[in-house]
Write a protein that binds this ligand. Structure first.
Ligand code: PLP
Length: 377
């Protein structure tokens, strides 16, 4: 399959990649020069595990409006991609055989990270409004052994593009508070909102429970810098995470952090995020319009309000098999099966729209839909 996607005439909706043509290449080059002039050797030296103070203070300020409270810079830990955050959380919280609660379906990278610590999964029903609170309650009531934490992606979820409804957010925080279950809130896509008002992060609700918040620069600046953050108010948990990170890599790259900080502190950054949002919104519109035009009645699909993915279901079709047929027609996507820990739902398709031109989005959807028509004839 990899061989297929690397061929130039193949349209890929498979990866979860940002649009490379939007990367701020010139600005990052200028920032790199400025960082060397301003910080010199310090930017090339070993640094502290928690992250450079400039980044932690910037995040404390940037996150405060969404969190509706000041977050001390000390609560912020810089990690090497939020993927490392997931790994460290797995390392400190999961013992072999422990349960982790997930949305069904959920992010494959998180499942992989937790698999490494031999987690088992309890899955909670989801609908177009995200995780269903009543299902969470039922799962927790019946859980044996009781899970270590709940992992969820409330905004423009990977793989479904769905957003957890506003009224469900506080309910989920209260349910977890009642059951004393820590929440891991992974929010890589929250800033990529195309329409509607931003919804409060779970982290923003006052609770006696534990909420860990994960964010990343991968979708708003560039994933190659590997600059991401964990916000951890609980001191014990934070200390364990810092020790785990020390053991893993001592610290995230100092140079990348200084460059990232210089760029996000510049005037160019906010308008850059707006450019990403408007480009992805157009791409979502084109993919959605193509689905409306070409999808047979057996295919249902959603209309995500942000992010990078649209989710489709092809009733009665095993999309892993469909993928092989689509690859022959020079278009690929990710079959839904792997996002379900029990691998028991086989008709889903994750369709990435951020990484293809508008022209390719339309042609690719037409190819997938005509392949579906030909295999169901
Ligand atoms: C839900 C989710 N979490 C985490 C990540 C990892 O992001 P990064 O390690 O680049 O910050 C991704 C990447 O696609 C993602 O979709």
């Amino acid at each position: 399959m990899l061989k297929v996607t690397q061929q130039p005439d193949v349209i890929s909706f498979g990866g979860g990649l940002p649009a490379p043509e939007l990367f701020p290449r010139d600005e990052i080059a200028t920032c790199t020069r400025d960082v060397m002039d301003r910080y010199g050797a310090a930017a090339l030296q070993y640094s502290v595990t928690e992250g450079i103070p400039e980044m932690r203070s910037w995040l404390a300020q940037r996150l405060a409006p969404a969190f509706e409270r000041e977050v001390p810079a000390d609560d912020v830990l810089i990690v090497n991609g939020s993927q490392q955050g997931l790994d460290l959380i797995g390392k400190i919280l999961i013992d072999p055989g422990d349960h982790v609660v997930l949305e069904n379906p959920s992010y494959l990278g998180a499942i992989h990270a937790f698999d490494a610590y031999e987690a088992r999964y309890l899955t909670v029903e989801t609908d177009e409004d995200g995780m269903v609170p009543e299902s969470l309650e039922r799962v927790l009531d019946a859980a044996e052994p009781f899970p270590k934490f709940l992992y969820l992606i409330p905004n423009f979820q990977n793989p479904t593009g769905r957003t957890l409804a506003g009224d469900r957010r506080e309910r989920i925080v209260r349910i977890c508070e009642h059951f004393d279950l820590p929440i891991v809130e992974d929010d890589p896509y929250g800033e990529l909102r195309f329409e509607g008002e931003p919804l409060p992060p779970l982290f923003s609700f006052a609770t006696s429970g534990t909420v860990l918040y994960l964010g990343t620069g991968s979708k708003i600046v560039a994933p190659g810098l590997r600059v991401a953050w964990l916000v951890v108010p609980d001191e014990d948990v934070r200390e364990k995470l810092i020790l785990a990170k020390q053991g893993a890599d001592l610290h995230s790259g100092s140079l990348a952090q200084y460059i990232f900080h210089a760029y996000v502190s510049s005037d160019a950054f906010e308008s850059h995020v707006r450019d990403i949002v408007s480009t992805y919104r157009r791409r979502r519109d084109v993919m959605y319009a193509a689905l409306q035009e070409f999808a047979p009645p057996s295919v249902s699909f959603n209309h995500p309000q942000g992010g990078m993915f649209l989710w489709a279901r092809a009733a009665g079709i095993d999309t892993s098999e469909l993928l092989a047929a689509c690859a022959r027609h020079r278009v690929v996507f990710v079959p839904g099966e792997s996002f379900y820990p029990a691998r028991d739902v086989r008709d889903g398709m994750r369709l990435n729209f951020s990484n293809s031109s508008e022209e390719k989005l339309r042609i690719g959807i037409e190819r997938i839909m005509s392949t579906i028509r030909s295999v169901t004839k």
